[in-house]
Write a protein that binds this ligand. Sequence first.
Ligand SMILES: C[S@@+](CC[C@H](N)C(=O)[O-])C[C@H]1O[C@@H](n2cnc3c(N)ncnc32)[C@H](O)[C@@H]1O
Length: 213
Amino acid sequence: MAMCVSRAGSFYHRHVAPLVVHGGCSMSAFTRMRQRVIGGAEGTVVEVGFGSGLNLPHYDPGKVKRLVGIDPDQSMLAIAQREMARATVRAQCLQASGQSIPLETGYADTAVASYALCTIPDPSAALGEIRRILKPGGRLLFLEHGRSEHWHGRVQDRLNRPWRFIAGGCNLNRAPTELIERAGFALLESNRERFATSLWLLGNHYSGVAAPR
Ligand SMILES: C[S@@+](CC[C@H](N)C(=O)[O-])C[C@H]1O[C@@H](n2cnc3c(N)ncnc32)[C@H](O)[C@@H]1O
């Protein structure tokens, strides 16, 4: 029980969890998905839950005019600075919550949610904000993991609380495409596959493109 109370200021959450999350999100299964999806971003791009900037090498500098990364966690953004120094796209970070994005309505051509809807405390609020900042005709690119519909799903439910503590607030058992549709987006492309056996605890791997209805 004590493990699962909010410890935003604890030593573990400030110094260890960011490295755990960065290391985990650097695994090849995620990198392959980033390679497949992130190149679709164009124009003014807002990435919500920017983390340690692991998508940066996958943006196409010929298509992205500017990139704004939003994340409330200073420790994650500090790791992102290393990637930012090497980035070929024009990028800046804002330390802010995706649940209240400090950008004007209709700001972005593309929004990106990459392994972020699992962690943002109120993903519906963040998706509402993403809708607001998208221009008419704008698109949301998503890469996420979520609850399996097989027996794994029940294990994910049981392990969610300790996992959330270890993995910087990440939830194992959310349903990203349902969240996206419920927030008023239409799925233009949607792919779901299972993670490899070694990563079975992560359940399903989702990717796709959505647009406000
Ligand atoms: C699993 S990491 C993924 C990072 C990155 N998008 C990636 O693909 O590697 C989840 C990120 O969501 C961020 N996050 C947590 N709460 C948030 C919020 N309210 N708004 C935006 N991002 C948030 C965390 O700080 C963390 O950097």
